[in-house]
Design a protein around this ligand. Sequence first.
Ligand SMILES: [Zn+2]
Ligand SMILES: [Zn+2]
Length: 713
Amino acid sequence: MESTRFDNSTKDIPLPSETEYKRKLIEKTKHLCKRMRWKAFFFLNTNAEGSRKETFGFSSRKSPPQVHAMLNFEKRLLGMIESIKFWKVQCEFQKKLSADIKNNIVKSDKLLVPADKTSNFYRMDTTSYNDLLQKNITKTYKKVTQVTTCSIELEAKAIAKKLHLDDRINTTAKREAFITLKDHKPNFVNNPTCRLINPAKAEIGQISKQLLDRINTRLANILQLNQWKNTKAVLSWFNNIQHKDMYSFIAFDVVEFYPSISIELLSEALQFASEYDTITDNERHIILQAKSSLLYSYGEPWGKKTSSNLFDVTMGSYDGAESCELVGAYLLYKIKEKFGGICDFGLYRDDGLGISRASPRQTELIKKDLCGIFSSYGLKITIEANKKVVNFLDVTLNLSDGKYMAYTKPGNIPLYVNRKSNHPPRIIENIPKSINKRLSEISIDENSFNQSAPLYQKALDDSGYHHRLAFTPSLTQSLNSTRRNRHRNIIWYNPPFSKNVATNVGRTFLKILDEEFPENHVFHKIFNRNTVKISYSCMPNIKQKIDGRNKSILQKTTAPPILKACNCRRPADCPMAGNCLRSSVIYQATVTTEDSRPAQTYVGLTETTFKTRFANHKSSFNDPSKRLSTELSKHIWHLKEAKLKFGITWKILKQTTPFSPVSNRCNLCLWEKYFIICRPELATLNKRNELVTSCRHANKFLLKNFKPTTATR
Ligand SMILES: [Zn+2]
Ligand SMILES: [Zn+2]
């Protein structure tokens, strides 16, 4: 295990290749067209079913119908993608990044495992990584049977069906568990300890999240507990304390808060909340069911050892934070009930802080009682009391002089995205501004600001910024954000940003929008610059490159041995030169005729083996009833009728992955679109007018189509 440090932030974005950029642009543009088509469809059919259905944010998997008045708009967007121009970027920083990727990421066949809290990475071979991963999994998890996973999916399916969403929600994506290394622990080199991360999450958690959001908002409005959402809220609480010098702090944090929440505790919190908000039995069922969690490693399901019903509030789940907030409200209420007269406590996730005017002796008793309250719910806390100065979140609060200033954990050196990173310019511009703003907000005066500024100033300088940090007291201390829900009716177009793209995508797009939906157009009301807006998205950063590389290294070691690539009786007859059994490919057919006409080409895709697809093609050339099945068969019939002699050759253009619920992306469909739109010379026969086609490869993952396998019955 060898330590590797990247000099720069792994959030830096390198320049993408042209095909990488174009594929992302196709993906984002397709997404936009899909949303615009649905909007147009419901605009024209105001009574259409589904226009006002509660969907909890799950979008329709159906392909929206073509809308005639939008066709030219879509055609012009395709034209924009096809004619994207690139230019060369001369930048030393970017050169260094690509060298980094080449030498440190792509070259090695060892994994780059990130450290838990620092920006260090460690090179590990797959065997030692797997040993370590396995050791950490078996510590807290046990294998569960397929029957168990099956029953969880069936339960989710029943919930989704009741809400008429089973045709929109996927089964749980088997996101693989992974580890990060705790390299700050002593004796790390000889005995590495890890943090086990389980990114698998039930999709119905998204429903639970919204239900909990509603409940939490209601509780917050009625109970007015100190449930802080950020440092600003903590400071506002601190500022409102009268006669600060009469108080002392009690600070605590809940040890492993998420995984310690039991089904009993969450149920009790829900019971408590139901006194303030109507919670139906069905809603309660959804919230609890969403916590049935499994861990996946090499596709195998594992369940928590300590939990009989697989109940587990995981860090990555959709509703983890909201579940904690509800439990937090319940606990704070209990604490207030007991100590409200002489203490005032608040909570930010698992960090608690309170002030007390009790004597030191009394405070010791309060400390004990507090531990007692938490332990009665199966929670452990670490606690400190009788303190005048405390570091809480990212501030140091002082009760003696009423001051506060920024706090950074020792050894925690801020590292910012480099000014030359391939981020949208607006993001880069805002980095120094937002640091300045945040630092000003958490410093009581210029003096406190100047004390903490040098560390941040250096980090900014190191990342290439020219900004001088200076204290700017904020005038408005408004806590309520009014931004929520205001932009509901806007459709966002998120084309990827990249410096090596010469075409101004934003301007080109808006021009097309203006020209295609002018004021007298039937859709002008729903499609104009106020309702369709641009916000650039980012290309993958270094961290994502590392994750992708790790994934492919791990897959290589566990992939089943390569099966026969061809089973043709006579290898010389193989239509794909010995590769006919390869699956999940984009292939190309080239049709040549004996006269001097130019050859015609056709691009297609198949998720199953090419051989199966080839058989279909062949039958469409011979069976007149299948004549119209593809553009290729149409062409062949045309040649046959003209009595022209022709030959067809086949080749594989790309082997890639079909739809995966983990990435929520179908590379197979995306690559096919890329070849057809951006490499028209490879696909002369294909029609080029469809951006919004639905992916056939995703349907099997829908809850609607989930069926228990025969083995589990
Ligand atoms: Zn073959
Ligand atoms: Zn697909």
